[in-house]
Design a protein around this ligand. Structure first.
Ligand code: WTA
Length: 654
């Protein structure tokens, strides 16, 4: 999607609304003045080594690094070379000599309503005990451990235990199928899987152990399985294989809580997280210890303006990178209190999240645009029933947020009092890259605004020339960056570093406005070229969602004989609206009015629901299959596979 033709620029979102942080927020913020942001940003870009060394010194190192950044073997960068540290130590032990020891680290609520609170002291003890259990099973530094657990405290314990012993964790989202587990386990040759007898989702039990058993039918690297009982007093039925399977509570019974943290090299592997690329096979994104640690520490502190007294709630699942960085590693390094919730937002009713915000006096709430659009669709009456006055900051991540959804979030959830941080980043970047700073940045609905410290973005065309609308690029290394693709250095080089010389290619399209603000348009593979006009599908989707009757929309490009590509828009309506020809015409007129005739999709298809991954991303690839009449591709990552089947039938009948 190179180039900046005038028409393309004309079609970009014309968003004129501006929101400044309040005086009160600014006054209490870690960073509360634009001058300070600019000063620090400049320092972080001009002398990144000095900047990051200063931040790293706030954390504990068993041995100080000799060199902050080694760029000799690009793109295989190394950070804090020669340093020895441990991320679990920095999340736990570092707080034990302060009052934080007795403070809640995790406040957990299960879907059925059960609750547990773990202080930093508790979490430290439980992690140490479990590490000793892992040692008994022969797990050592460098071994790969797969974790397939529901969102319970044991998931956090398992992750931190791996980090403490230096085992490489790979968390597999508890909605993945047996086949997906098998692929991952085989790829990284995991020695152990930590799973559970079950977890709750929408009132039903996920039979995790059964799924793991199926996955292990062909995974010879796995020697042991540890099984956590979701509820000790009420075990869920599951089969235990003699010699291989161990109950977690039996393994840790009587174990010592004495367990020094392994001295990890800064570049020792911390975790692998599998993520889909443009080809079918998921790739294991590699993150290492020191750089990821420093980057998640700082991004959490400043992006969320995190204070010791805050109750922080990131609603992501720990199976995705957001949960790694902003439920576990970032907040715990900062000594924060995190709310952890097991289940669905609409169980047993659609006000569950708001009820929990009221119950726990949540101050910072971080969620995804797809969730926000669902909340909008369910209606204001749900949040309006609850006291949300404890909230002081809101955040979003995962996809571009439509300005209308942003406005709804601002008004209905934030009551116009909370800054919104729209944070752009990826599994690969380890942490937040482009985001407002809540005490500084004037926000514009739909824009991720400005780069975080040490992040040097640019917008380039295919030739690597700077343009105002084109590909997003990152021109300097940053500490949280991925270090590779597991077992496939060539894929790492090819996917991320081959488009331009020594510049990281995230795969997103973006534009920059006159104030230097970044607007992420979406993946470049979601950008459609209709008769020479490049149209960001996210942009068109925003236009649809702005329409008062529309809840959600996905726009895709399909092959078209004359125009090269044409667009098909899938639109799901807000409750209480009917799918009529008149409404279709109204939507077409709406698009013509908002962008122009050339941006009119060839078809508008009403769909009750859109096919989504379990992390909430709309699967446009499947919509393309539907629109182009192909057999449906791989549907294993869908949250609900029937949605796309129904859509296919409906599409073909229309
Ligand atoms: C998209 C999630 C626009 C983007 C942390 C990126 C966003 C992909 C935003 C990474 C945002 C994430 N605005 N787009 N604020 N945040 N994205 O690896 O396309 O699951 O490349 O990481 O999500 O998704 P991932």
């Amino acid at each position: 999607m190179p180039g900046t033709d005038k028409k393309q620029l004309d079609t970009v979102l014309k968003e004129a609304r501006r929101f400044k942080p309040s005086k009160e927020f600014r006054k209490q913020a870690h960073i509360g003045s634009e001058a300070e942001y600019r000063r620090l940003y400049k320092k972080s870009i001009q002398n990144p080594e000095k900047f990051w060394a200063g931040i790293a010194s706030e954390l504990h190192w068993f041995k100080q690094w000799n060199q902050v950044l080694d760029a000799k073997k690009k793109p295989f960068y190394r950070w804090f070379v020669g340093g020895k540290t441990n991320l679990s130590y920095n999340c736990l032990d570092r707080h034990l000599d302060s009052p934080t020891r007795h403070k809640a680290a995790i406040v957990w609520e299960g879907e059925p309503g059960d609750r547990r609170v773990l202080t930093y002291g508790d979490l430290h003890r439980d992690v140490c005990v479990f590490v000793n259990g892992l040692k008994k099973l022969g797990i050592q530094k460098g071994d790969r451990v797969a974790i397939y657990l529901p969102m319970t405290p044991e998931l956090v314990i398992a992750v931190l235990a791996c980090a403490r012993i230096g085992a490489v964790h790979t968390v597999i989202f508890a909605g993945f199928s047996a086949e997906s587990i098998r692929d991952r386990v085989q790829d990284c040759q995991a020695k152990l899987i930590i799973t559970g007898d079950g977890g709750w989702r929408r009132g039903k039990v996920l039979p995790l152990k059964d799924i793991v058993d199926e996955a292990l039918s062909d995974a010879p690297s796995v020697a042991s399985v540890v099984v956590v009982r979701r509820n000790l007093d009420n075990p869920l039925p599951c089969h235990m294989k003699d010699g291989r399977d161990h109950w977690y509570h039996e393994l840790i019974d009587g174990m010592s809580a004495d367990c020094p943290a392994e001295k990890m090299d800064s570049e020792d592997l911390l975790f692998l997280l599998y993520t889909s690329g443009t080809t079918g096979k998921p790739k294991g994104i590699i993150h290492t210890t020191g750089g990821y640690m420093v980057f998640t520490y700082l991004t959490t502190k400043y992006t969320f303006d995190l204070k010791p007294e805050d109750m922080f709630w990131c609603t992501a699942d720990i199976g995705w990178v957001t949960g790694h960085s902003y439920i576990i590693y970032g907040p715990l390094q900062n000594g924060a209190t995190c709310l952890l919730y097991e289940g669905a937002p609409d169980w047993p009713h659609r006000g569950r999240f708001w009820e929990m915000i009221q119950r726990y006096r949540v101050n910072i709430f971080y969620t995804a645009p797809t969730a926000i659009r669902a909340f909008m669709k369910w209606g204001d009456e749900w949040p309006n029933k609850y006291d949300l006055s404890s909230l002081r900051l809101l955040g979003t991540v995962g996809e571009p947020i439509n300005p209308e959804a942003w406005m709804w979030y601002h008004k209905t959830i934030g009551h116009k009092n909370c800054p919104i941080v729209d944070t752009w980043w990826q599994t690969e970047t380890g942490g937040i890259m482009i985001t407002p700073l809540p005490g500084v940045t004037e926000t514009k609905p739909g824009s991720a605004t400005l780069p975080f410290f040490g992040v040097a973005p640019a917008i380039l065309n295919d030739a690597g020339k700077e343009v105002n609308a084109g590909y997003l690029a990152i021109t300097q290394p940053w500490p949280g960056m991925l270090r590779g693709v597991y077992g496939d250095p060539e894929r790492y080089r090819q996917t991320y570093w081959s488009k331009w010389k020594d510049i990281y290619f995230p795969g997103d399209g973006a534009r920059r406005d006159k104030d230097g603000y970044y607007w992420i348009v979406g993946r470049v593979d979601d950008v459609v070229n209709v008769a020479g006009h490049r149209i960001g599908t996210a942009e068109l989707e925003s236009i649809f969602v702005e329409h008062p009757r529309v809840a959600e929309s996905a726009v895709i490009g399909v092959a078209h004989e004359l125009k090269g590509q044409a667009m098909v828009a899938f639109v799901s309506l807000r409750d209480g609206n009917t799918e009529t020809d008149a409404l279709e015409q109204e939507l077409k007129d709406w698009v013509v009015k908002k962008i122009g005739k050339f941006a009119l999709p060839d078809r508008i298809v009403f769909s009750g629901d859109l096919p989504k991954t379990r992390s909430g991303k709309i699967m446009r690839r499947l919509l393309r299959d539907v629109a182009e009449g192909r057999a449906l591709g791989n549907v294993t990552t869908l949250a609900d596979a029937t949605v796309v089947e129904k859509l296919k039938v409906q599409y073909e009948e229309d």
